[in-house]
Design a protein. Sequence first.
Length: 112
Amino acid sequence: MNIEDYDLLFIPEGRTPDRMRTNVSLVKLARQAFEKDKVVVAICHRPQVLIEAEVMEGRTVTCWKSVSTDLKNVGAVYEDKAVLVGGNLVTSPLLGDLPAFMSATLELLDIK
């Protein structure tokens, strides 16, 4: 898979955060997405993948509350909000925030 073939990397919510966090291919893809300034969107626990990709330092993000300490420990700024857009990154803590999350994502992609 070549990240240059895509405009967006969507790291979805799910029940296997540790499995995704330790998936070497996904972590590498996430790092490449940031290197190529692609839009990256992560919901719930998924910023953990971005922690593993070592791309969170200095970024302002939101996530599932139990992940906030991990983010702070790598130099990210955590804010308890429904959705946050910071540069090319969109984050949200809950699937219940999906409408705001998708609206922010589409706006960042300049899709009406």
